[in-house]
Ligand binder design. Structure first.
Ligand code: HEC
Length: 218
């Protein structure tokens, strides 16, 4: 009995020392470019899937609201998600290419995740992956609009996406606030005294940046 306890204590001390060694010597490589070995990928993916599933279990998705909701969700997706989650038929942005884990194709996610799960991940973000928590700056109603759109992605072709892109003006509405700051002509920074909600912490002034003309030359 004594030897068993002695061995356990020794093993614990050894494990703690090894952990401290890794933490303090910088042995762990935090580089984004470092590819996780298969067992670590498995641990991370399984942890994420189960964590989202458990936390989304009590969320009830509200009934969807038709085409207007899809349009609103599309506009938010284009502004807030498309730079990482490449739209149907699109090319990966430098952000997408440089991330690890890579932002998944949401058309695939929408096939195997429920609306509640997609909503939970969108609202709360995914730690240590670069996936932001959109619930910090956006109301649930706006996020459900995005989820309604994301649920349409699996059946959407490149042409369908481009048609929406051409039809709907840039920017996105904030539900409840109701200001359409989608008017390209104002250059994106003026909210026009809009109602962004009572405690809107958004430093980023407006989503209608003129992405098109502020490029940089390579
Ligand atoms: C800065 C890049 C970035 C932006 C912008 C971004 N995401 Fe993500 N997202 C990620 C990454 C990276 C992951 C993968 C996390 C992982 O593998 O654990 C992810 C994962 C997700 C997931 C989980 C998918 C799955 O299959 O598990 C959902 C849902 C999601 N994002 C929705 C959104 C929505 C909706 C938006 C826009 C409102 C958005 N994301 C904007 C980077 C981003």
């Amino acid at each position: 009995m004594k030897t068993i306890i002695g061995t356990l204590v020794l093993a614990t001390v050894f494990a703690i020392l090894m952990t401290l060694l890794v933490i303090y010597t910088g042995a762990f490589n935090v580089a984004t470019t470092w590819k996780d070995p298969a067992p670590i990928s498995w641990v991370l993916e399984t942890t994420r899937e189960n964590s989202i599933e458990t936390r989304a279990a009590s969320i009830v998705a509200p009934p969807t609201k038709g085409d207007k909701q899809i349009d609103s969700g599309f506009r938010s997706y284009r502004e807030m998600c498309a730079m990482c989650h490449t739209p149907p038929g699109g090319t990966d942005s430098p952000i997408t290419k440089g991330m690890n884990p890579p932002p998944p194709d949401l058309a695939k996610s929408a096939e195997h995740m429920s609306a509640a799960e997609l909503f939970w991940a969108t609202k709360n973000g995914i730690r240590m992956t670069g996936m932001p928590a959109w619930g910090v700056t956006h109301k649930d109603g706006e996020l459900w609009d995005i989820i309604a759109f994301v649920k349409k992605l699996p059946e959407m072709s490149k042409a369908d996406y481009l048609a929406l892109d051409a039809r709907l003006e840039k920017g996105h509405d904030h539900a409840g606030g109701g200001h359409g700051h989608g008017d390209d002509s104002h250059g994106g920074n003026s909210h026009g005294g809009s109602s962004h909600g009572d405690s809107e912490p958004q430093k980023n002034d407006g989503h209608a940046h003129k992405h098109d003309d502020d490029g940089h030359a390579h």
